[in-house]
Design a protein around this ligand. Structure first.
Ligand code: BES
Ligand code: MN
Ligand code: ZN
Length: 487
């Protein structure tokens, strides 16, 4: 989708078949509405069909065009999330009406112009997202062109415009993550993730190293290799690197890339197993963040580590009781082959320690227990570093991707002790998100590190203007904000 900045010029509005007019409750007085739209907007406002309540909509016609009024609520309480959703509502309505060109009109308010532009750019892209998959009917209508009009001082308009361009890039990156998550596992194999990483790195700005089986063996990536043993699909370990000329800090992003999780020999029940194609959404978030990095070029040194494997119960699969040696040298007794995410992450954390970044963050659809704890409204946040915790929570709030802290106490690791290896990979049923995090902590060493359990937020979250089912692409908006906070 082409997202353009139309300035505050009212003339161009005349040509749009649909104009989305975003209005807070105080702006419903006629004088604050652009003259070209006043006649159309008048009727729903006078009739009190539209009062500006948050995300309330009313459609009006004035012969030449349609005007979709979208409420922003209390003018003092408008948030970036409201703007994001309001922008998405306009694009969605356009799609429903099979209109491929629209405009959005918004005035300065309680959200800083740069943040407002950012949110609107994100919302437009997300509202335009559809996954058509392998359906053989005609793909649904999409919007191709949006002009966004923002009144305000020249400085405000400049800030808004810059935000809009960034937001559109971030939104596109998040849609890329959604595509990766939505593809079925017979398409999105480890090999496919390699191909997608190559695409991201194609321009040459991002360096990519693909570590394949022989090198994984030579270098002792026992976790990744162990998980992949039961599958006909070979495993890969991806290393991406963005190194700008100037940077103050470095960060390593790690994403769980299990392209399908059957549970392995500790086989999952069939009910809902098809969902486990989403078990690479951590990987999708990291790859998509690099997609955004190419566009935004943040001044921070970023590594991406993505272990990719399929967890299958083949004849050569690891068995309960098997012991694996992870990349950093620690040994793990596999008491449950379905606790495979932590095995591949153990290798990645070992590798991250060698890179010695200022911060490391892993994202993983790691435990059903985290879904039980937090539902679909927040990702679990486990962190051993106060500054990183703060930065992550702030980034999550700004991006509308909430993180909620869960404990990383040492006590939890007690039940992960093994009699034959350094650790075992599963404990009891209770506190499963925390014991998984405690396990990972043993592989993070002295890193300033955070683990984000996105099992509840990566898919099937409550529907709204931004999201209509399937993969959410969670993590991308938040990670981009986090990178910016490190510039
Ligand atoms: N990918 C799953 C986690 C998961 C489960 C995500 C349900 C979303 C919904 C992970 O690999 C897994 O199977 N975890 C086990 C761990 C257990 C065996 C210790 C779990 O959560 O049951
Ligand atoms: Mn599993
Ligand atoms: Zn899994």
């Amino acid at each position: 989708m082409k997202v353009g900045f139309g300035g505050d010029g009212e003339r161009e509005l005349g040509r749009s078949p649909l104009v989305g007019l975003l209005l807070a409750t105080d702006a419903t007085r006629p004088r604050s509405i652009p003259a070209a739209l006043r006649t159309a907007a008048q009727l729903p406002i006078d009739a009190k069909d539209f009062t500006g309540r948050e995300l309330e909509t009313a459609l009006a016609y004035d012969g030449k065009r349609r005007v979709l009024l979208v409420g922003l609520g209390d003018p003092k309480k408008v948030t970036p999330e409201t703007l994001r959703r309001a922008a998405a509502a306009v694009v969605r309505r356009a799609r429903q009406m099979r209109i491929d060109r629209c405009a959005v009109v918004v005035a300065p308010g309680s959200v800083e112009p740069a943040d407002a532009g950012r949110s609107i750019g994100e919302g437009l892209e997300l509202g335009n997202y559809v996954f058509h998959g392998q359906k053989t009917d005609a793909p649904p209508a999409r919007v191709r062109d949006v002009a966004v009009h923002f009144s305000g001082s020249p400085a405000q308009r400049r800030a808004f415009r810059a935000g809009l361009v960034q937001g559109s890039a971030v939104g596109q990156a998040q849609c890329f993550a959604r595509d990766l998550g939505n593809q079925p596992a017979n398409v999105a194999t480890p090999r496919y993730l390699v191909a997608q990483a190559r695409k991201v790195a194609r321009g040459g700005r991002v360096k990519l190293k693909v570590v394949a089986t022989a090198e994984l063996r030579r270098r002792g990536f026992g976790g990744v290799l162990g998980v992949a043993r039961g599958s006909a699909e070979p495993a890969f370990f991806l290393e991406l690197e963005w190194r700008p000329k100037r940077s103050r800090r470095s960060i390593c992003l790690i994403g769980k890339g299990i392209t399908f999780d059957t549970g392995g020999i500790s086989l999952k029940p069939p009910q809902g197993m098809e969902e486990m194609k989403f078990d690479m959404c951590g990987a999708a978030a990291v790859l998509a963040t690099f997609h955004a990095i190419v566009a935004l070029q943040p001044r921070v040194h970023v590594w991406g580590l993505v272990p990719c494997a399929e967890n299958m119960p083949g004849g050569r699969a690891i068995k309960p009781g098997d012991v694996l040696k992870t990349y950093g040298g620690q040994t793990v007794e596999v008491t449950n082959t379905d606790a495979e995410g932590r095995l591949v992450l153990a290798d990645a954390l070992g590798r991250a320690q060698e890179l010695a970044p200022d911060f490391a963050v892993d994202l993983a659809t790691l435990t059903g227990a985290c879904v039980v704890a937090l539902g679909h409204r927040a990702s679990g946040l486990f962190c051993n570093h106060a500054e990183l915790t703060d930065k992550l929570r702030r980034a999550g709030d700004e991006a509308g991707e909430r993180l909620w802290p869960l404990p990383l106490w040492d006590d939890y690791v007690e039940e992960m002790r093994s009699t034959v290896a350094d650790l075992k990979n599963s404990g009891t049923r209770y506190g499963g998100a925390a014991t998984a995090a405690a396990f990972l902590r043993k592989f993070a060493g002295e890193l300033a590190w955070a683990h984000l359990d996105i099992a509840g937020t990566a898919w099937d979250t409550p529907r709204n203007e931004l999201y209509e089912g399937g993969a959410t692409g969670v993590g991308v908006r938040m990670l981009v904000r986090l990178l910016e906070s490190l510039e």
